[in-house]
Structure formats: C-alpha cells, structure tokens
Design a protein around this ligand. Sequence first.
Ligand SMILES: [Zn+2]
Length: 261
Amino acid sequence: MHFLIPLLCLFLITSISQAAENPTTAAKSFRSGVVLTFDDRYVDQWVQQIPLFKKYDAHATFFVDHFYLLKPAQIAGLKKLQDAGHAIGSHSVNHIKAVDYVRTKGMKAYLQNEIDPSVKRLTEAGFPPTAFAYPNSSRSEEIDTALLKTFRHLRGGTGLTAGQRMRDLKAIFTPVDQIAGRGCLIGTGIDYAGTEKRPDYLTEIKDAMDHAKQRGEIVVFYAHNISDKGPGHHLSPKALEEILAHAQQIGLPTLTYDDLP
Ligand SMILES: [Zn+2]
C-alpha cells in the first residue's frame, strides 16, 4: 500500500496550489442584488442572527466604529460573522461627523485620527476593510475622493421625503455595470420597518427590491441593531427575516460590500 502515499501527497499538493489560485476574494458574478448593511457595534446582537442569515443563505456588511473599545468576546463575534461569510467594514474611529471634522480640523487630521487607526486596527485583527460607512451619512465629494484612496467603496445615506415611494429614491439604486465606477453608494435606513413607526416600510422595501431585480440594479439599505427593543436604532429579527425571505423568493442575491467590484 506504500505506493499510495506519494500519490496522496501529490494530490494534496495539487489541491493546495489550486486553492491558492482560486482565492475566495474573486469577484462574485451577479445581475442585481440587495446590499444589507448594519452600523455601529451591536456585535452581540448581530452574532445572534447568524443562523437567520444562514437559513436564507444571505450575507450582510457590518460597519464598526470604536473598534478599540470592543471586548475580546466581541472581536471573536466579528470573527464568527466573517467566518459565516459576512463582511466587516470601517465606520470610523469615534463616530464623528466627517464634514464637521474636516471643516474644523482639516482633511489630514481627519484621515490621521478617524480613518487610519480604524483601518489599522481592523486589519491587524484580521478584518482588512474594503469599505467605509459615513457616520450620520455626513459626507462630501472632497472626502469621498480622499477616502477612495483607502477604500473600494463608501456608503452614504438618504431618506424618503413625505409621500415618496422607496422605488423612486433614485440614489439608492445602482446599475450593476456602474458599481465599479461609483465609489460612494447611497443607502436608505430601514430600522423600525414593520413597526408602528414605519408600518408600510416592509412593503416599500420589498417593492424596492423587486425594482432592483427588474432593472438589473443593486439597492443599498442600512440599519443598526438587530433586535426587537434596542438598545439603539434597530430592525426586528422578524422584519429582517421577511426581507431575506423576499430576496430568496425573487432570486435577488444578498451582496456584501466585499462582493462588489
Ligand atoms: Zn453609525
């Protein structure tokens, strides 16, 4: 039987080298999608929803601020999210509004104090970020340009005006062939969808997803905590499940920022 051992070794070496040639970072191909993002540092609650995402083979991006305050268990939680196929992005160091900071202290100080240390700490912990979400959606083209030297994509935000349909919020949709050329993607907030605060939102979200699917576009959403009662702004697990189920039903892939070209 000894002759099998060299054969087995050869097989193993070949498998390993093939794996190296096909890194998992290879761009995913898709014709439309929904990009679900969650901000701040509700790691404990996010981790609890890993099985829900898994049930629908769905993935999201988690944008983290104040990384330096995370406990080892929370960093381990981010690792669990990452291992489950989710992406981890930067949400700055101290969650300060970018426009105010740059106006008062300058761009160089902003990058040095609010961006570089976040990227460094995330990278050192094993989460090199490809994307950044602006705290409070405070952004400008000048800051976009500066940040796009570090990140592949950014996320800004916008809201609905009274009576406006979500599908008419043009900024949140990007045709798939224009993603690579659009550094900053704009999302809209979906916290409280399906609650008294936003009773019609689930219908609007699903309709916006249908719209993206029909037109070959991606649509970007953001929320914060995933829980029924907070703390903080939150989307209920039940509402999240409705969104994930709808994506699966209409064949709309859930994409992370790391999946975007
Ligand atoms: Zn935030």
